[in-house]
Structures are given as C-alpha cells and as structure tokens.
Design a protein around this ligand. Structure first.
Ligand code: MN
Length: 255
C-alpha cells in the first residue's frame, strides 16, 4: 500500500522547488499519477505553487473530475486536462509538469529549435516539437481547458519527454516527481544558456544524438537524488532519501 500522505508531501515540495528554480511563478502546475489507481492523479487546487500546502491536493480522474467534494475555498486549475490527457496517452508517465518557464517561451514563437547544449540538459531530448493550439482550435485565449485540446497536445508530445506550446509554455513528462522536476529545471537552464550562446557565437554546438542517448542512460537515481536533496534544502523542505537502482559498477555510497 502506497503512502499517499508522503506522496502529497513530495508533490508540495516539488511545487516549492519549481517556483524557487524559476520554472513556475504564480502559474503552472505539477501532478503525480495515483500509484494504486492509474486512472487517477493528484494535483493542487488552483493556487500559486509557492504557497500551496498538502491539504490543497485533490485527487481527480484523467478527465479532470475531482474525486470527493469540490475544493472550498478555491477551484481546480482550468488547465488540469493537460495532465490527464498525457497520463491517458502514456502509461509510462507518472508525473507531469506544465510550465510557463520564461527562457523556454522564445523557442516556442520563433523558428529557433531548442536542443540541449550542456550534458545536464540532455534529458529534454534532441527532438522537441512545438504544439500550436491555433492549428486545430483557431483563435483562443491559448489555455488548454478541455480534453479535446489536451489530447491534441498529448498527441504532439507522443513518446517524447517535452513539447513546447506556442506562445504559452511547455509540458514535461517523466517517470517520477523527481524526474520531471530535474528535467524542468535543466530545460530552463538550457534555454537561458542557449539564448546567451546564440548572442555571442555564429554557430552553436549542440549535443549529438549519441551524446543525448549516453547521458540519458547515465542519469541514474543518484543524480536525481543529489539535485533533489539540494533543492529541498533551498526551500526548507524535508529531504526523504529514496532507494534507487544504481546500475552496474556503482555502490550506494557513490554520490
Ligand atoms: Mn498554462
């Protein structure tokens, strides 16, 4: 039986970290799939990530219907459908971030592709699409407010880790809360470093497909743990160490 209280605590910690690390501001959200009910997920009521607490966390169906009483005060996030549609399309995904990560947005509105330039940023992958809500839904306020829109976005994401959203932000999918937090933070850093690189050099040397693949394989649990422990400390939240599979050639004391 999973410790749901601990999972909610982890989700709150993730919200604080993403706000601190410039991925979320007053807007954007992170969710986690219910470990025992794969057709449900957990998400805060609509509240800024930096101030929400455990009691704000709601359980909802993949269609975005709140399980139990509606939050009072408050309401669910209007863009909760993004998460449900990605969980629906991707059984491998356990956690999703939707953000308006500020350095990433320029790559959603220009022809310039975002690709990793630094090894820690490899998890974003070399093939990052941009979903444009206008292609299928015409002129909107750009918010993803129903399952139709969200499923279209999930289709663009496909099997990837990241899809940008034109003039809006991005989605990040991963195997755990710690995984999507890591990827989201390093995507923001990559975008910032790439913009700087483009201003000082004629040509930018990106990671090769082989380097991206090699780094993805090397990002074992201890890499996530080192980042997570540090980020927890920065937001004064408890760090709970996880058991992880180090892979061949490592011991648990290698950090
Ligand atoms: Mn949004």
């Amino acid at each position: 039986m999973t410790d749901i209280a601990a999972l909610k605590q982890e989700l709150v910690t993730a919200n604080r970290i993403l706000a601190k690390e410039n991925v979320l501001d007053s807007f954007g959200h992170i969710t986690v799939r219910h470990p025992d009910k794969p057709n449900h997920f957990f998400m805060s009521r609509a509240r800024a990530p930096e101030v929400l607490v455990e009691s704000d966390i709601l359980e909802m169906t993949l269609e975005g219907v709140v399980v139990g009483p509606e939050p009072s005060p408050g309401k669910p996030y209007s863009e909760r459908f993004i998460h449900g549609a990605i969980f629906e399309a991707r059984p491998d995904v356990m956690s999703v971030v939707h953000n308006h990560s500020p350095s990433v947005i320029p790559f959603s509105v220009t022809g310039r592709k975002m690709k990793p330039i630094m090894h820690m940023c490899a998890p974003i992958g070399n093939d990052i699409p941009t979903w444009d809500i206008r292609t299928k839904f015409g002129d909107t306020n750009l918010l993803v407010t129903n399952m139709d829109m969200a499923r279209d976005l999930a289709k663009m994401l496909g099997p990837r880790t990241v899809s940008l959203m034109r003039g809006h932000g991005s989605v990040v999918a991963g195997r755990s809360i710690r995984d999507v937090v890591f990827t989201s933070i390093y995507m923001e850093k990559n975008a910032d470093m790439l913009i700087k690189s483009l201003t000082i050099g004629d040509e930018v040397m990106y990671l090769s497909d082989g380097e991206v693949a090699a780094n993805a394989g090397a990002r074992a649990g201890f890499t996530l743990e080192r980042g997570w422990e540090n980020w927890c400390n920065k937001v004064s939240r408890p760090y709970i160490a996880l058991e992880w599979d180090m892979g061949p050639g490592f011991s648990k004391t290698d950090k």
